[in-house]
Design a protein around this ligand. Sequence first.
Ligand code: SAM
Length: 275
Amino acid sequence: MEVWFTEDQTSNLKISCKVKEVLYHRISDFQKVVVIDTVEFGRMLTLDDVIQTTEKEEFVYHELITHVGLVTHPEPCRVLVIGGGDGGSIREVIKHDKVQEVVHVEIDDKVMEAAKMFLPTLSSGFNSPKVEIRVEDGIKHVKEHKNTYDMIIIDSSDPVGPAKGLFSKEFYQTVFEALKEDGLFVAQTESPFFNQDLIKNVHDSVGNIFPINHLFCGVIPTYPGGYWSFTMGSKIYDPLNVDNKNISELNTRWYSPDIHKAAFILPPFVKNYLK
Ligand code: SAM
């Protein structure tokens, strides 16, 4: 008998993947946490039946949400990762020699448990001596840490439940305050096809707070629409001014000096609604 996992990506759109085996299934205090082994994408993490990451294509998302900002900041010594319980972002952040300390704030320890047990290629960085793991709400953490971080990465789930506040103007203001005077942040900001209002709101909010504000995009096959956005707010450093020659080898599969520039090239339909 064939078993299929289906995510309702919008009320009118579904994605289905053929399942080999369900490896992990728990109801945490926040959500249903599941790891499935799929035929097409390898192991897949879902939260409340929404795909978060898969072994086959996770590198695109994790390399974009981390390296674009880490390369833009000349001295990213102290980095905060909010969310990202699968560990993929941490794995990429610690590739940078200049990073001395990574504080990882994930609200749900069951997501990290599932990743440690069944997604070892993503969670490999959890044991790094550079990484401090805190199980707490990222919104509260940011409020309580002023002028602390060089870079903040907001690797959140969709804007529902505990992640809702991670997309608000008030939150971006506290992110500004938690960053040092030359700090910057990068957040995942959903689908340019299906979340236009959200992207526009985030863009306007960040633009009102940060002097430098850019949207950049990548291709993530299992996310709604396949085309995905990230937002960077920066106090001083502009990612478009990074000199390609200064980008060192990082052992990546998606990110490269050319991708660093290309990711910021937006199609007219996106530029138009950002105006
Ligand atoms: N790549 C993913 C995506 O876009 O679908 C995000 C993956 S990661 C698993 C998202 C994580 O954010 C989840 O593990 C969730 O528990 C965590 N999270 C949600 N709200 C949070 C909050 N307020 N503070 C800290 N972590 C949060």
